[in-house]
Design a protein. Structure first.
Length: 606
């Protein structure tokens, strides 16, 4: 989603803000802008398109200042344009505002402000905030902001400047993330941590309803009742260099290659001397009480949840249900105190998932978050949190966050099965040992990418295709298909292999690419039969299966072999070539791999 950066301190605000916005480009955006205070005036400059357009526009301008706010916008209200770009400002240019989120009652407020004589220059909901604060301003910026916030419905992260307060930034958040970086004689606000890391690792994660007042040397935080509060400073464990490409051409390929390490570190976080431990998040009494597990997520995290459901059912024999977060709270879910509700989000800020979490929590469920970001909103709202150890994931298309989420689910399934007496100690040791073999087996695929590059060269000129699999392979097909759509713009659909013939096989014609995932040994014979049905109609078959699978080799036009492992864990091996296939296809098409159109890394609007 949109990016916010604000700076006040001893440095050059323009440089800090622009560099911070550059670190947030991965979130997705269509325009960029900056506002600074200079000589008791607010100067606003903004441009449609990439951040580079703004930087070029600013060249040669005298914008030296110690205070400023900036924004990269992902359009929600109004088309991408210079005038709809942030920051937005009051008519007299006394106030400038940057905003992430959606003001749901903006049209009502806008009409009220128009009746008072205010004129609007944009189509956005954000401009309402600037005029509303102006209408309430009586010499005290903080008071005007707090009064304005009382009238806002919806979600927001706000950064606000006033020309009469050249040594102060006001910020606030509700349902949209905002973090404050604590420096020496300088402080920074941002919508995500990478924007801060060059300057500090010490941060405050603002909680829902918080309002803060920043100067160069002080930070005051107030809760939603305007009581002064002390939030805990968090120290970010990863560094600025980890958020760079480290010699790779794109963040996505770097993050694909980081998966062996991130999976291993995720295992090490929860396995000690061969023993899995989740006792910090689930007590034995709670485990014995649960009669249902709900898994709720969006997009790639939802696909990880499908893998989790399979692992929980197959290994633990626990009844579990996976739901899409945007639908969950509208379906009157059957949730009570005997339900464990697991919410999965890479960023920990996904608004639909957060809303679903609050719904389940209000109905008495025990809530557990699986996320990659310490201090994120979902991690704070859930009763307990399991952190993946993926490190910073910058590319919009998720890869290592997905595989570490799946790893957590598989560990959790083994742990619950052991606690419930479903697995012997010897079986647990065997499964844990097998999980630890995965990083090296992934490296084998990463070391042999030529066949995948050749398939990508075939795929780049296609417009449609299918992904199929049976059992848990269908969940892998869904994620593989999503990756192809996200970064290549090739339309693909995923189906259970046996379902394609119930209608959609009518779309198969000579040359239609069909990616088949055939990792489930008990279903392989039936999958081979499905391949033959497709081949008879001219489909071009690209199969991902075990290297030793001669039956699949014989019926495939292209065969990508992976190492052997238990069926339940094979999903972590099968997804790697599908990630690589999407990446190399996107590169061959000349697409900006890390910043696919219309997409955002952290979806903080409904």
């Amino acid at each position: 989603m949109c990016g916010i950066v604000g700076y006040i301190g001893k440095g050059d605000a323009k440089s800090v803000v622009l560099q911070g916005l550059e670190k947030l480009e991965y979130r997705g955006y269509d325009s960029a802008g900056i506002a600074i205070i200079k000589d008791s005036k607010i100067i606003v400059e903004k441009k449609k398109g990439k951040l580079k357009n703004l930087e070029t526009h600013l060249e040669g301008m005298d914008l030296d200042s110690h205070i400023g706010i900036g924004h990269t916008r992902w359009a929600t209200h109004g088309e991408p344009s210079d005038r709809n770009s942030h920051p937005h400002f009051s008519e007299d240019m006394s106030i400038a505002v940057v905003h992430n989120g959606i003001i749901e009652n903006y049209s009502i407020l806008k009409n009220e402000l128009i009746e008072k004589g205010y004129r609007f220059n944009s189509d956005t909901d954000t401009e309402v905030v600037a005029h509303l604060i102006h209408s309430l301003y009586k010499g005290n910026l903080f008071n005007a902001v707090t009064e304005a916030i009382k009238q806002l419905r919806g979600s927001y992260a706000l950064g606000i400047l006033h020309k009469d307060f050249p040594d102060e930034i006001i910020c606030a958040r509700k349902d949209s993330p905002l973090v404050i970086g604590v420096g020496e004689n300088e402080n920074i606000i941002a919508s995500d941590v990478p924007a801060l890391l060059k300057y500090t690792k010490n941060v405050y994660f603002l909680e829902d309803g918080d309002i803060a007042r920043l100067t160069a040397s002080s930070i005051e935080i107030f809760d939603k009742t305007l009581n002064s509060v002390r939030r805990e400073i968090k120290v970010i464990e990863w560094d600025y260099e980890q958020a760079t490409k480290a010699g790779f051409p794109h963040f996505m390929i770097k993050e694909i290659f980081e998966q062996p390490k991130s999976i291993e570190e995720t295992l090490n976080r929860r396995v000690h001397n061969g023993i899995i431990d989740f006792s910090d998040v689930l007590s034995d009494d709670e485990i014995n009480k649960f009669d249902m597990i709900h898994i709720v997520a969006c997009g790639t995290a939802y696909h990880a949840g499908l893998q989790g459901q399979y692992a929980l059912r197959e290994i633990s024999r626990i009844n579990s249900l996976v739901e899409i977060a945007s639908e969950y709270r509208y379906m009157n879910p059957f949730v009570n105190e005997n339900t464990l509700a697991i919410f999965v989000s890479q960023s920990g800020e996904t608004l639909d998932t957060l809303a679903a979490l609050k719904e389940a929590k209000s109905r008495g469920a025990k809530t557990l978050a699986i996320t990659n970001v310490v201090g994120s909103t979902i991690s704070r709202e859930a009763h307990n949190t399991i952190y993946t150890m993926a490190g910073p994931e910058i590319a919009v298309a998720s890869t290592k966050a997905y595989t570490t989420q799946v790893t957590i689910f598989q560990l959790l399934a083994i742990y619950l099965a052991e606690k419930k007496g479903k697995l012997t100690k010897e079986k647990v040791e065997k499964l844990v040992s097998s999980l630890y073999s995965i990083p090296e087996k992934i490296k084998t695929t990463l070391d042999n990418t030529e066949i995948i590059k050749n398939v990508a060269n075939f795929m780049k000129d296609k417009h449609n295709g299918f992904y199929i699999g049976r059992g848990v392979d269908f969940a892998t097909a869904l994620e593989g298909s999503l990756k192809m759509k996200e970064i290549t713009y090739i339309h693909t659909e995923a189906f259970p292999a046996g379902e394609l013939k119930h209608g959609s096989i009518a779309l198969i014609e000579p040359g239609t690419p069909v990616v088949v995932i055939g990792m489930q040994s008990n279903l392989l014979e039936k999958t081979i039969s499905n391949i033959k049905e497709l081949k008879a109609r001219g489909a071009h078959i690209i199969t991902v299966a075990r290297k030793s699978c001669e039956e699949a080799i014989d019926v495939s036009d292209e065969f990508i072999g992976v190492e052997d492992i238990e069926d339940v864990f094979s999903v972590l091996l099968a997804i790697i070539p599908l990630q690589l296939l999407s990446y190399f296809t996107s590169v061959d098409k000349g697409i900006d791999v890390d910043k696919p159109r219309n997409l955002a890394k952290s979806v903080t609007v409904e």
